[in-house]
Ligand binder design. Structure first.
Ligand SMILES: Nc1ncnc2c1ncn2[C@@H]1O[C@H](COP(=O)(O)OP(=O)(O)OP(=O)(O)O)[C@@H](O)[C@H]1O
Ligand SMILES: [Mg+2]
Length: 373
């Protein structure tokens, strides 16, 4: 277990800068997910930590020691990739134990440690098979076993689940989380899948175009997105965003098309007047009769089983509302949307940042717990 400090780290390939000064502090034992769209620099950052890519500028420290000039094998990191590249001619046991063999450990000790690792990830019955005789999920576990046996200070995962089918992905997610609970090894996990990030992470680092947009717990990035990018990227669907003009005196946003949307004026007491985007989550909106809220024109629905996502158009802007039940609407039919002022997020239309002047919530609302009798 080791903490990782990333200080003003940059990466350029020739004239092209792909990582623009990243600062991050990852606690010992923490599970941090780096989330962002394709090409934003996630793998590059991870590879610089592992030592597979030179650091153009800045500093990376693992366990308090600056590792910029250290060889990959001296950094105590074990990396698991999307293409896990097992040795096809070796058995599962040989694949998992390979690092120990290279390190010159005696056969008996190697066998014992391979057996222990294999047991912990459910591979005991597969030790004599070759990778070609395994399913994708089993191969992925071999790759994890190969990383685990080195007892690294840090696990680095680069999209390790993207080659697996949807069900297996969910199962492996659980395995990885359980493994972390058991070993407590500092873990950095790269993905472009926000559901994976939300379900795995202690904290999420949202990256965009080589920069960090926001760092926070899953609840923080979901509940208080710092930018339009985060608002759109986190959550299925992303935050609804309506363009308008903020009127602090009235405590409303004048939406394009003449409608008004009230926001929590006390919470945003310092918010300046001007062009904004007013945001709300699909699941906080309530359906009301036409004329009693914001009127939208129904387009289509996505059926999710437990709920349904209604897609509509509100003055030309797409809105999505989540409903649990209710009758089917006809395309073109008008439906009303009501949003509680406390659920409205405000963003500066020009900078794309969350509007300044918002009071931080003083205390977190606690989750109700059953009282012991
Ligand atoms: N060796 C290289 N030479 C030049 N440019 C590179 C090189 N490696 C990566 N890049 C560029 O750096 C940027 C970041 O790449 P990186 O692989 O870190 O993205 P990523 O966030 O991991 O994306 P993905 O989700 O697709 O894996 C991309 O624009 C990529 O084209
Ligand atoms: Mg990548």
């Amino acid at each position: 277990m080791a903490e990782i400090a990333i200080r003003n780290v940059r990466k350029t390939y020739g004239k092209l800068q792909v990582v623009h000064g990243v600062d991050l502090a990852i606690g010992a034992g923490e599970f941090v997910v780096i989330l962002g769209p394709s090409g934003c620099g996630k793998s590059t950052l991870l590879r610089m930590i592992a030592g597979l890519e030179a650091i153009t500028a800045g500093e990376i420290a693992i366990g308090g020691e600056v590792v910029n000039k250290r060889e990959p094998r001296e950094r105590g990191c074990a990396m698991v990739f999307q293409n896990y590249a097992l040795y096809p001619h070796m058995t599962v046991a040989e694949n998992i134990g390979y690092a120990l063999k290279v390190a010159g450990l005696a056969k008996a000790e190697r066998t014992a440690r391979v057996a222990a690792v294999a047991a912990s990830i459910g591979l005991t019955d597969f030790l004599d098979r070759k990778p070609g005789q395994l399913s994708g999920g089993q191969r992925q576990r071999v790759a994890m076993g190969r990383a685990m046996i080195r007892e690294p200070k840090v696990f680095l995962y680069d999209e390790p689940l993207s080659n697996l089918d949807a069900r297996l992905r969910v199962a492996m997610r659980v395995e990885i989380r359980k493994l972390h609970q058991r070993l407590g090894t500092t873990t950095l996990f790269v993905t472009h899948d926000q559901v994976e990030a939300m379900t795995l992470a202690d904290r999420i680092v949202v990256m965009n175009a080589g920069k960090v947009e926001q760092v926070g717990t899953p609840q923080e990035v979901y509940g208080r997105p710092e930018s339009l990018f985060v608002a759109g990227f986190i959550g299925t669907p992303g935050l609804n965003l309506l363009p308008g003009t903020l009127d602090p005196a009235a405590g409303v946003v004048h939406l394009e098309g003449g409608r008004r949307l009230a926001y929590d004026r006390q919470r945003w007491a310092g918010a300046p007047a001007g062009r904004v985007l007013a945001g709300f989550r699909a699941e906080v909106a309530r359906l009301v009769r036409p004329g009693q809220g914001l009127d939208a024109s129904y387009e289509f629905a996505e059926e999710l089983g437990a709920s349904r996502l209604l897609h509509g158009s509100l003055g030309g802007t797409v809105v999505v509302v989540s409903v649990a039940d209710g009758r089917m609407l006809q395309p073109g039919e008008t439906f009303g949307i009501e949003v509680a002022p406390s659920e409205v997020h405000l963003f500066d239309a020009e900078t794309g940042r969350r509007l300044p002047g918002e009071a931080r919530p003083s205390s977190r609302q606690s989750v109700p717990v059953l009282e012991a009798v």
